[in-house]
Design a protein around this ligand. Structure first.
Ligand code: 5GP
Length: 300
């Protein structure tokens, strides 16, 4: 091998060593917590901390009371999880299989929470959802729509782009948790994948418009509905007016719709003002912790 290791300064080496010692300590503390039963393996899987997510499933499972190294290997084989798999790489089916395999030991994940994010057009909902996609405490549901993909949008990632016929069929088969018509197109939340993620303990985000949020309110009693508000009405108007190349009529229609959407705020459990994306996410997490009556962070 001709590749040379990177040349680090003494200072960089010290920093790297300190960081790796801290990471090791944190992982050891998580393992201890699993061993003592104060955390379940599913709490750890849903934790989202990058150091914790980098732990091997085998090590965690082995720490579960009554499991140990040998049984951990057997359980992983049954759940079709490779022995080197890290926590961050687990898919919903694998988590579900683990849950089934561990059910004899009565270690069940707490069901995740359904979280609706709604608010007026132009408030920045999609920027918030984009940031939430990188946070493993959450899963962002991928909606189905009959609208055409915009430049850069990917089928199966941004939306499932379906024909009218396919959408009709899904409505008929009750495959949507909710659906609504918006700006001449239809949008819906596929129920099956949302249910799968909730069962394995993930908090599932639906970024939807107001009519869909009302349906969720009516049918899912434990969903948390969050309304994203602009810092001020003037700020929203300026964001909407600076959008693209809309005709004056289209702009007026957008503003009228935004006025109606703003009036729905009181129907939601909480309003969060979108001053800054990370602040919105921090508020969401503390809201969830408040609702759970405990802190999700296993260490510190
Ligand atoms: P866009 O076409 O700009 O992506 O979305 C238009 C609107 O549809 C946005 O307000 C978005 O939140 C909403 N939307 C996206 N997916 C769904 C869904 O599955 N159900 C409902 N009811 N609204 C959705």
């Amino acid at each position: 091998m001709s590749a040379q290791p990177p040349q680090l300064s003494a200072e960089q080496r010290t920093l790297a060593t300190t960081k790796s010692i801290e990471a090791r300590r944190k992982r050891a503390a998580v393992k201890e917590a699993v061993k003592s039963g104060s955390l379940t393996i599913f709490d750890v899987i849903n934790d989202g901390d990058p150091i914790v997510s980098g732990m091997r499933v085998k090590d965690l499972l082995g720490a579960v009371p009554g499991v140990g190294t040998v049984k951990a290997e057997i359980l992983m084989e049954r759940a079709k999880i490779s022995s080197t798999r890290k926590v961050a790489g687990l898919g919903p089916h694998q988590i579900l299989r683990l849950r089934e395999e561990l059910s004899l030991t009565k270690i069940e994940p707490k069901r995740g929470r359904l979280i609706v994010i709604s608010g007026p057009g132009g408030v920045g909902k999609s920027t918030i959802t984009k940031a939430l996609r990188d946070d493993s405490r959450f899963v962002v549901s991928v909606s189905a729509t009959t609208r055409e993909p915009r430049a850069g949008e990917m089928n199966g990632f941004d939306y499932f782009f379906y024909s009218d016929e396919k959408f009709d069929q899904m409505v008929e088969n009750s495959e949507f948790l909710e659906w609504a018509a918006f700006a001449g197109n239809r949008y819906g939340t596929p129920a099956h994948s949302v249910e799968q993620w909730l069962r394995v303990g993930k908090n599932v985000i639906l970024e939807i418009e107001i009519a869909g949020a009302r349906q969720i309110r009516a049918t899912q009693s434990d969903a948390l509905l969050i309304f994203i508000s602009p810092p001020s009405w003037e700020e929203l108007v300026s964001r909407l007016e600076n959008r693209g190349t809309d005709s004056p009529e289209r702009r007026a229609a957008r503003l009228e719709l935004a006025r109606e959407e703003m009036a729905a705020a009181s129907e939601f459990d909480r309003s969060i003002i979108n001053h800054e994306v990370n602040q919105v996410i921090t508020e969401m997490v503390s809201l969830l912790n408040e609702l759970d009556g405990r802190n999700h962070q296993p260490t510190n």
